[in-house]
Design a protein around this ligand. Structure first.
Ligand SMILES: Nc1ncnc2c1ncn2[C@@H]1O[C@H](COP(=O)(O)OP(=O)(O)OP(=O)(O)O)[C@@H](O)[C@H]1O
Ligand SMILES: [Mg+2]
Length: 381
């Protein structure tokens, strides 16, 4: 009952996603669903997955709380999909164990688990219209026609697709197809939702729209969600916690804010946005600041203020570091300006919001860079 999984799979060529649902999941009312949700909880204990000589996942330990939205973020090949496949039961760990609601599921292949997983390589079955696509997981559970219809109508209205039930998948836009895929993953009330690059095929505006859709669905249903992405903004926007993976291992697990603002390592700092590495700490940082060994000093571009030399100094000067540099170039990006400023041998990036009445600084101009000393982070090299 508690092991129901809904799985939207990253799909390469066609942008479709695949769905697998546990046919034994609760199909009853909210009461049963609440019970399932209360049980849902995921734990990886020292899980390793080798593909021949490739260690795709290395000694991974991780737990996901009930109702949590956890995102696995990392570059291509870092083991994100493999981690999700292990959880879904489409791959078995080489070592270690996975627990869902306290019960080991790792040693049992997916088709032998008491889950009745339905797996298709496409999100939507092309020959079925929207309604039939959505009904399919319910039919697998033996739900009666009237209840199926009611459920499909409910979920379609929830994902703003009412009226499109007779369309074939090929007659829907990419965003609409993703909505149907999401609706289908949710329609049987699974306690766990797995998403692998669910928005990868969408353009920026649609992505943002779908992100807020996923976020509000998560809030509404309280469903334990594990999402895989290599998109930093998506991870920061959606997640309660982010796991950053690197070469099959966890580099850091933390809240979005902590992982962006207090990255543990240089890898995490650079993966989650731009990072200035302050290579000459004696010069760049307050001399008495103690830098732990084996760390480097880092500051985010938006923490550096750029000002003309004749601009008034900040009042809290004693808290600030102030250095003089020369603007090498300015990149205009709508509401933001990005400056590359040379300070000695170091090229620093500073980012500022465009403000009325403050003209852009020009290449070649001598400027003052200032930042709060407390904004400098020491990260593992
Ligand atoms: N079936 C397989 N056989 C052999 N090696 C595999 C297999 N699946 C994945 N790998 C390897 O395992 C590593 C992790 O792959 P995985 O698909 O988990 O990465 P990912 O983080 O999802 O990457 P992407 O962002 O590109 O989807 C890679 O080196 C990949 O080449
Ligand atoms: Mg992948």
């Amino acid at each position: 009952m508690s092991n129901a999984l809904a799985f939207i799979n990253q799909q390469p060529a066609n942008g479709f996603a695949s769905v697998a649902v546990n046919s034994s999941a609760s199909i009853a009312g909210n009461e049963a669903k609440e019970k399932d949700v209360a049980l849902a909880q995921i734990e990886f204990r020292n899980v390793t997955k080798n593909y021949g000589s490739v260690a795709a996942v290395k000694d991974l330990s991780l737990s996901v709380s009930r109702g949590e939205f956890l995102t696995i973020l990392g570059p291509s090949g870092s083991g994100k999909t493999t981690t999700l496949m292990l959880l879904a039961g489409f791959q078995a760990p080489s070592q270690g164990d996975i627990f869902i609601a306290g019960k080991s599921v790792a040693a049992v292949p997916s088709y032998r688990r008491d889950q009745g997983i339905v797996f298709q390589s496409y999100a939507l079955f092309p020959p079925l219209n929207v309604r039939r696509n959505l009904e399919f997981p319910l039919e697998m559970r033996g739900m009666k026609a009237a209840e199926r219809t009611a459920r499909v109508d409910r979920i379609l209205s929830r994902v703003h697709l009412s009226g499109l039930e007779d369309r074939m998948p090929s007659q829907l836009s990419g965003g609409q197809q993703q909505r149907v895929a999401l609706a289908r993953a949710l329609i049987a009330d699974p306690p766990i939702l797995l998403l692998d690059e669910p928005l990868g095929a969408l353009d920026r505006n649609l992505r943002e729209q779908m992100q807020s859709e996923i976020k509000s669905l998560h809030k509404e249903f309280g469903i334990t969600t594990v999402c895989v992405t290599h998109d930093q903004d998506e991870a920061l926007t959606l997640s309660d916690r982010i796991v950053v993976m690197r070469a099959g291992a966890i580099e850091q697990t933390d809240t979005p804010e902590a992982i962006y603002d207090r990255p543990a390592t240089q890898f995490v700092a650079k993966f989650l946005g731009e990072a200035n590495i302050l290579e000459n700490p004696g010069f760049m940082i307050e001399s008495e600041a103690t830098q732990p060994s084996d760390t480097i000093a880092m500051i985010r571009p938006e923490r550096i203020c750029v000002a003309a030399l004749d601009a008034p100094k900040r009042v809290d000067a004693d808290l600030r570091q102030s250095v003089i540099g020369i603007v090498e170039n300015m990149i205009y990006a709508g509401p933001l300006r990005k400056y590359h400023v040379r300070v000695g041998s170091t090229l620093l990036v500073a980012r500022e919001h465009v403000v009325s009445g403050r003209p852009a600084l020009q290449p070649g101009e001598e400027v003052r860079l200032e930042w709060l000393r407390s904004d400098v982070r020491f990260v593992a090299a």
